[in-house]
Design a protein around this ligand. Structure first.
Ligand SMILES: *Cc1c(COP(=O)(O)O)cnc(C)c1O
Length: 424
């Protein structure tokens, strides 16, 4: 099979501190390569490391002296040491906004922050995960970058491929928002709309990997998924560094496949293990849209497995009906004393407006989901308002303009008289 021939020629790749892939279910280890499922038990694989234990002060200084992007954390990522010198989009180190106005409105007294990932190069958190997958694709000799996407990933892959010198061919459900479609197509690679849901797109990509048509292709969220996932750890690193090398007490994180949430937890645990932050408890809360809430449903029902659903929500970037990391999300929410909750489309729009009105941040629908869930969990007394809380905004409202109706307060002739008559 095509993929195996790529794999066998790349058994001794150098990806920084990464040493192997290990199975999250049975612990079996494999050489670094473009594989994503355990050959023994089919469990998902993740990157194992030889991390720089030793003097935490020295490591902290080294990170702080690094570039203002995710590559400052290169010693903790599966990337070559000279990664910052390669052509890439260099995402990350986005703003951690102290959201005092929103805190006042929601009654949070312990400090409320919005980690605003709309500031990334293609305006979503996906630039982080793609940047790591690109390094793996280089190491394994792939020439085309691909993905199955709910929208943001397609744009992030298209842009990264253009800059890093790969061809690209990305796959999306055919009915996405115009802003996402344009962003996915403008960088010059191929964009293919699939007649079906994201879950159909993903299944199609899995077939393509096993076919000669997909030879030489790195699918960032399929055969490069173990590396891709590691990019989300940088959110954990940045949040803690921006809080002054301190863990937040509570985090509210959106769930599509659940990869981001599980890897933020992994990143926090690494910071504790490395002595970069003090070991204190933190709680992780997952946020879904009611129209696609299989993980929230399972959490509330006390189940350990997630029953797939057919998505129907304006939060299309989170519309994964069969989330691969769902069971791990449930484990993390329960282990840390968190929860998983959902909000409906009207609450999502309301929350987008609330964040815009209070903090001047225009979030995409996924940001409406996290802010809406934060509000709901506070009302339920599940989130503790006296604790430091970080809410993620993972994308830019300009890509989901149709979700909100907003327009001029008045349209008038250019005269003082007309303006006075408008009564604003
Ligand atoms: C992809 C995405 C997420 C999270 O996706 P996971 O599959 O759970 O990692 C969150 N927000 C936005 C805007 C996204 O595009």
């Amino acid at each position: 099979m095509a993929v195996q021939s790529v794999e066998s020629s790349t058994t001794s790749v150098a990806l920084g501190p990464a040493t192997a892939l290990s199975c999250r279910e049975c612990g079996e280890r494999f050489d670094l390569g473009p594989i994503f499922a355990c050959a023994a038990c089919f469990g998902p694989l993740e990157v194992a490391y030889d991390l720089p234990t030793g003097d935490p002060e020295a490591l902290r200084r080294r990170i702080e002296a690094g570039p203002d992007n995710i590559w400052r954390y290169a010693p903790l990522l599966p990337v070559p040491a000279d990664v910052a010198d390669k052509p890439g989009l260099n995402p990350g180190f986005t703003k951690l906004v102290k959201a005092d106005n929103l805190a006042r409105e929601l009654g949070v007294t312990g400090g409320l922050y919005v980690k605003d990932d709309s500031g990334n190069p293609t305006h979503s958190f996906k630039d982080r995960v793609v940047a790591i997958a690109v390094e793996a694709a280089r190491a394994f000799g792939f020439t085309t970058l691909s993905c199955s996407s709910t929208g943001n990933l397609a744009g992030a892959v298209g842009a990264a491929a253009a800059r890093a010198g790969f061809k690209s061919c990305v796959f999306i459900p055919h009915d996405l928002e115009a802003g996402k479609v344009v962003m996915a197509a403008v960088y010059g690679g191929d964009l293919v709309g699939i007649e079906g849901t994201y879950d159909d797109v993903n299944r199609f990509c899995s077939e393509l990997i096993g076919d000669p048509l997909g030879e030489g292709w790195g699918f960032v969220n399929v055969n490069l998924r173990p590396y891709y996932g590691e990019g989300s750890k940088t959110l954990a690193y940045e949040i803690c560094e921006q809080l002054g090398w301190r863990l937040p007490d509570q985090l509210v994180i959106p769930i599509a496949s659940g990869s981001q949430l599980t890897k933020i937890d992994k990143g926090l645990k690494e910071l504790i293990a490395l002595g970069l932050v003090e070991d204190r408890p933190y709680r992780i809360f997952g946020a879904q849209a009611e129209g696609c809430s299989p993980v929230s449903r399972a959490f509330k029902d006390g189940h350990g497995v997630v029953r797939p659903v057919k998505p129907d929500t304006i939060a299309k970037s989170l519309a994964i009906g069969n989330p691969a990391d769902g069971p791990y999300v449930l484990d993390i929410a329960r282990r840390t004393g968190g929860a998983v909750e959902d909000v409906d489309d009207a609450e999502i729009v309301d929350a987008i407006r609330l964040l815009a009105r209070t903090e001047g941040i225009f979030a995409e629908t996924a940001g409406g989901v996290t802010v809406g869930v934060t509000r709901k969990l506070l009302e339920q007394g599940v989130l503790d308002p006296s604790l430091t809380t970080v809410v993620l905004n993972t994308g830019d409202g300009l890509k989901t303009l149709d979700a909100v109706t907003a327009g001029p307060s008045a349209v008038i002739r250019p005269s003082l008289e007309a303006f006075r008559a408008a009564g604003l």
